[in-house]
Structures are given as structure tokens and as C-alpha cells.
Design a protein around this ligand. Sequence first.
Ligand code: ACM
Length: 544
Amino acid sequence: MTSPTAHLIPAPRSVEAPSADGLTLDAATTLWAGPGTGTTERWLRATLGAAFALTLPPGPADTPGAVRLLIDDALPAEGYRLTVHALDGVEIRGGDPAGVFWGAQTLRQLLGPHAFRRAPVTGDGPPPLPALTVEDAPRLRWRGLMLDVARHFTPKDGVLRYLDLMAAHKLNVFHFHLTDDQGWRVEIERYPELTATGSWRSRTKFGHRASPLWEEKPHGGFYTQDDIREIVAYAAERHIAVVPEIDVPGHSQAAIAAYPELGNTDVIDTASLAVWDSWGISSNVLAPTDNTLRFYEGVFEELLGLFPSEFVHIGGDECPKDQWKRSPAAQARIAELGVGDENGLQSWFVRHFDTWLAARGRRLIGWDEILEGGLAPGAAVSSWRGYAGGIAAARAGHDVVMCPEQHVYLDHRQDAGADEPVPIGYVRTLEDVYRFEPVPPQLTPEEARHVLGTQANLWTEVMENPARVDYQAFPRLAAFAEVAWSTLPEPADRDFAGFEGRMAAHYRRLDALGVGYRPPTGPTPWQRRPGVLGRPIDGTPPNR
Ligand code: ACM
């Protein structure tokens, strides 16, 4: 059957299409929005108003052919039932406000690719809707995307655009990687140098770190606190939680460049450190002092005022221990705290913020290295070095977000061919991502309940502008969204050909949205980066 419902992405749980008359929305169509459905009411008017010049004026619930939005407690969290009927009109019932919103995303897909445009391209209004009932609910409650805005900055407009793209794919957690060695991107009022000095670098490595090329111009940017408030509010309107990440105690060179006393001053001249201009893992990590703890408590205090999310990400990954090994002050700290060695010091650092956040009603989440020193009960883990960290964490009773680099690092190359722009990491095709399984089969059902969900990660070392981000993210993010939302068979049994068939319609939506995806036939000439070194596939375990 070639009903338009066959083209929905992510695939819904069930669609019934009775042989009854459908409905066409037009200038006379009214909208009734029940209590708690305001976000979807505003979004529908804005989106369908732009695309089709539909105003959807308010009207009573029982107006024939009206659009009705309501909450129905009998439906699951984030679940919805969408019905289209010639007389009864369009009804979206959600288990909660988010469910109504996800139902509206499905309605938009049913309205054809022009529903994804920001102005009408025909005078015809929207195409007819078929009579149908869609019953749907997500498989996983954390359906995330991480964007690294530190290595290459994404201006605020670009962040808002990605929130829209996430919403269109029913993704609901935006992990905002705000700090790294190469840049500090969030205004902290009490520490102005973090952005005055830390938010820009004078030049940038172009390509993989082994590339001889440099882009010899300053790169930088940051979000003011009002920008952050706007981003968080924009996300909330779309039922997306924003989880900020401030990476400690590694990946901190930009902060040390801004405030040299944060570094290991007894072993390096931190006063002459600059924001890093190349890629890899910097050896410049935070000094394990009380001053550092107080400084970051100040950062997190401002952050908690900006981000209402349950989780706050503290990084915790890739913290080289060389400076701590050489630093008499760090060694004295190890002895004083009785933490044994440098790993104990890292764990002490993470535990400090675990306790600090818990005391303020928040939960710490960190990359899976944070497991190494043992964690407080409420803390959660982003499992990136594979499944193992996530499995260990779930077995120890910690919540887990599965984002193994072997599967869902979308900065990694999506084809083995020579035309891929600055290819790094594993080859992970659209089909590979479609067959990614976030919940490891080794877990018992009880342990598997700790898998909150999954997220795809976009690191931006080799993505120097928004077009490069689009290319790496799409179309694979559509496959990822289906993995996170839909109830799919085991990976080997998934109908990839069927998914590709639906993608034919989805590419038209992405075209209308202006997404610079990788075409199925390979990169366009202007998507290539001839002569810019990536990381060759040479048989060693790929990494960035
Ligand atoms: C990471 O990729 N270093 C979390």
C-alpha cells in the first residue's frame, strides 16, 4: 500500500487506515487546544501558518473538521493517538503534553514535504489527509543528540535550528558540549575571562591533527546567558531537555588559558598557555586544589540557574595524569586525601561534584571513565567507549545513556570511499546506524531498566561549519531516531530496505528544511574536502 503513512519516520507503533473519507485542512479549519496543550497549539499555528498560510483560528471542540488537542491520562508518557476523520476532524490525544507534541510531528509528516517549508510554495494549501488512526509511543525515554560547540562554534541560530531538527525526529534530549580545550562557550558572569579569553583561538588545525594545514584566522564565539535562556526555552517549547556539559578535570585548556591558576602551575607555565588550536587530548588538566573546586562550584551555580534539567554533565573523560604525576602539589594532595594515586584523585574530583549537585537536587552524568573510581548512587553514565561501561554501570545500579563510539559517533565516516570529507573513525553507514541496538542483550530486564536511552554524538573537530555538521548528521540521525523511538526487531531482522523506501519521502522533507545531508549516491563536489587529511583506515582501532 502506498498510503502516506507508509513514509513516517520514525515508524509509529501502529497505523489503521479505514476506507473512509479523509480531510483537507483549509482556511476555515479551527483549532481547539485543551488544557496543557499550549506548546503544540503555538507550534502548529507557527509551523502550518508559515508553510501553508493556515491560521487555525480558535473554535469549539465539536466544530466539524476541527483540529483538537487534548491530554488523555490513559495513554503512556510521550505517547499519542492521532486520528483523522472527515467529520470528526483531526484529533491528537497525548499521554502528556510531550505526547501531543510528538503527535503533531506525525501530522506534519502526513501533510507532505511542503509542510517543512517556512513559506508557502504553492497557493494550493496542504494536501488531503487520509482517514487514519496512528497509535504511538517511544521505546526509550532518553533520545538524545550531543553537539560539540567547543571545537567549532555553532552560533545560536544554528542551535535553534538543530532543536527544530531534533523535534522533527522526536528526539528529546540535547546534550550541549559547551567547553573543551579549544573553547569555552558559555558566559559565566563572575568569571568574564572564560569567554573574553577562553572563547576564541587565533588559528585552527584544518583536518585531522596529523594534517599539516591550518586555518590562519581567529575562530570563536560564545552564548550570553540570555542566549542560553532562549535556547533552553525554545527547547522546552519542543519538549526537549537541554543537558549542559562542562568538561572537568580534563579537556580544560581553554579554562586554564583564561585563569592560569586553574592549571598545574608547579609543573607548567600556565600563564603562557593559549586556547588550544589543534586536536587530540590535551595534557593541560585542572589542578586538584580547593581553589579549582570553588571556581567550578561558581561556574555550576550560574549554570544551575540557566539549565533546569535534572542532569548536569561534568565530562570526566580523557584526563591524562602526566601533570598530576609530576606535580608535587598534586602528589601532596593525593597523600593528604588518602586517595592512593592519580586515578583516585580524578575520582575524588568527580565525587565532589556528584555530592555537590545531589545536594542541589540535580543528578550528575559523566562519560564512562567516571565509573573507574566508584560513583554515588544517583549518578549516571554516558557509555561512549563501547557497551562495557554502560553494562557495568547498569549492573551497579546506575542509569546509563548508551552512545558507543563504535556505533553512534556521527562525526565518523559514513562510507569507506575516498570522497568522504575529512574521514575519521569507524565506517558507519546509514544501514549500520539503523541496525544499532542501544540496549545490550546481556542485561537482565531489571538491569536493562537502567538504560535510560541513547544518544548520537556530533564532535566537531573536522566539521568546521554548519554544512559539515549537516553532512555528518544526516541522513544517519533519521535512522538513529527510529532506533531510539520505534519498537524494532533484533538488529539483523530490521527491514532496512523498508526504511530506505521511507527515506525517499524523508529526503524531500530534509530538502524542504534545508538540511545538507549526504546524498545516497555520495557527497556532492562541494561537500568534499579534497586534500584535507582525515584518519586513514589502517587496521589499527580507529579513533579520533
Ligand atoms: C569522548 O568521546 N571523549 C567522550
